[in-house]
Design a protein around this ligand. Structure first.
Ligand code: NDP
Length: 475
């Protein structure tokens, strides 16, 4: 299984260290080995309630026109019982099961059997076989980057169907949205459970497994670092990108088609949401090779958090704005529409530029220009489990000199723009900005804890040089 994994980190200098006394202090990077009560309580809460939260949001739209308060009022005043709501909820259907199976099978086919050809003719696009980052045990995995191609093929087929073949209605996703939710849950739980069993009996790289001894924590946060089947089927890359993010733009298109069907027009707010989220999704696939260096792939293990999250949480909750606009079509005045577009584009510019600056800096080992100047940085070192010492650099120029996670700030501005497009009548479409603020703030803290363990005093020098996390002078 490990034959495809090579110990040849291309970006960072390394040498075998004889200083094993420093090893124990530096090898504890990655997620926690010991589970504190707060983490455990949060995990139990999420395992129990996250599926209910998703159900509640989708049901609120289906039965209460996207009002989050009305179901509670109905239950408290005993106008309705839980069983009434449940009985009105569409069940799993053969049709939805068929659609979902075909969808996932098609994405697996595109991922596994069609090697990337986009990088051969699209200038500047990095696809094909690419290396990931060094794992805690010093392994560098190879990945087939063909997400952009999968996205293009899927969307070409979608439009070909909508305008030419008419095999199915473009509203198919909206029309089967709750039955599909049950299918997504089945896949999410199945893949997380399979990943857990696999880590015990046939892990891809046994040394990169983390067993905390706590069943719930291991199930949620994952044991295996990079589970794979065969040489190329990488769980993290597939599940995050394909059933989740390829679906994102299709789901939005289906919502736009439903608006057209119901009201005879597609509102400018729906177009804004489709365009802004479409740019974000396309950016993800254009930069899929870069994604290999982000926290999801570099540091998170594969468990329920990624498995179920990618199958259910992401496609259902990241698309709430479009769903809301089907029930409440909002036509924005030109000034508001332009203002929201500008906010979304500035957010995107900050998000992309910040990520690009770090990527360029790391790829060229600092031999590049950031904002026209040679970059400033802090030299740092860390050690992998086998005692190999690696050297790296932390950028302090460009947006990375403004704050330690300015890419998150840009992401949050873009997220706010999607929500604002829905007006102020209901709170449901604003869930995304609340969620992203919590997710990214928690991510800052989680990542910095990991970096402190990894880089030790070098990280402290970095935080002294760049004291703020998200907003210079504030946080
Ligand atoms: P980053 O891309 O910021 O990666 C953090 C890692 O970068 C650190 O662990 C560290 O890794 C390295 N690093 C930190 N500071 C520096 C520095 N100054 N110079 C060089 N390297 C540094 O974070 P994420 O992977 O979380 O996010 C990537 C993007 O994805 C973000 O823009 C984020 O907004 C977006 N995102 C979106 C989500 C969504 O649901 N929509 C969810 C999560 C992220 P190392 O060990 O290599 O030093």
């Amino acid at each position: 299984m490990a034959a495809h994994q090579e110990k040849k980190p291309s970006e960072e200098r390394k040498h075998k260290s004889t200083q094993n006394h420093t090893r124990t202090s530096q090898v504890q990077w990655g997620r926690a080995w010991e589970v504190d009560w707060f983490s455990l309580a949060s995990i139990l809460f999420l395992l129990m309630f996250a599926p209910l939260i998703v159900y509640y949001f989708i049901m609120s739209c289906d039965q209460y026109q996207c009002s989050l308060i009305d179901p509670v009022i109905d239950l408290l005043t005993e106008k309705k019982h839980l069983s009434d709501i449940w009985n009105k909820t569409p069940t799993l259907t053969y049709r939805a099961a068929g659609i979902y199976t075909l969808w996932v099978a098609f994405q697996v086919f595109l991922y596994v059997f069609i090697p990337d050809f986009c990088h051969k003719f699209i200038p500047g696009y990095v696809g094909g076989v690419q290396e990931g980052a060094v794992t805690p045990v010093g392994v560098v995995n190879k990945y087939e980057i063909n997400g952009l191609q999968a996205w293009i093929i899927t969307h070409v087929l979608w439009f070909a169907n909508a305008y030419y073949f008419h095999w199915f209605s473009p509203t198919i996703i909206f029309d089967n949205w709750i039955p599909l939710l049950w299918c997504a849950n089945i896949l999410g739980y199945a893949v997380s459970t399979f990943a857990m069993i696999k880590s015990y009996f046939f892990p891809t790289n046994a040394k990169d497994c983390k067993f905390t001894g706590n069943f719930f924590y291991d199930y949620m946060m994952g044991i295996e670092f990079n589970p794979r089947i065969g040489k190329w089927f990488d769980f993290k890359l597939f599940f995050n990108g394909r059933p989740g993010i390829v679906a994102w733009t299709l789901i939005n298109l289906s919502y736009a088609a439903k608006q057209q069907e119901l009201y005879g027009e597609v509102t400018n707010s729906m177009i804004l949401v489709n365009v802004l989220q479409g740019i974000y999704v396309l950016d993800f696939f254009w930069n899929e090779a870069w994604y290999l260096k982000t926290i999801d792939i570099c540091h998170d293990h594969f468990g329920w958090y990624l498995g179920w999250g990618d199958c259910v949480w992401l496609p259902y909750l990241y698309t709430l704005q479009g769903l809301y606009l089907v029930y409440h079509p909002v036509q924005l005045c030109a000034a508001n529409a332009i203002g929201i577009l500008i906010l979304g584009m500035i957010g995107y510019y900050i998000f992309r530029t910040t990520n690009h600056q770090k990527d360029l800096f790391r790829r060229t080992n600092g031999n590049c220009k950031i904002w026209g100047k040679k970059p400033e940085y802090i030299e740092c070192s860390y050690m992998s489990v086998d005692g190999t010492k690696y050297y790296s650099k932390l950028l302090t120029s460009g947006f990375w000199g403004w704050a330690r996670h300015f890419n998150y700030t840009g992401d949050l501005m873009g997220s706010l723009a999607y929500c604002l497009a829905c007006g102020f009548e209901h709170i449901l479409p604003y869930f995304y900005i609340f969620y992203m603020t919590i997710l990214l703030t928690h991510r800052c803290i989680r990542d910095e804890h990991r970096c402190l363990n990894k880089y030790g005093k070098d990280w402290k020098r970095y935080t002294a040089a760049v004291p703020y996390r998200l907003l210079p002078g504030i946080f």
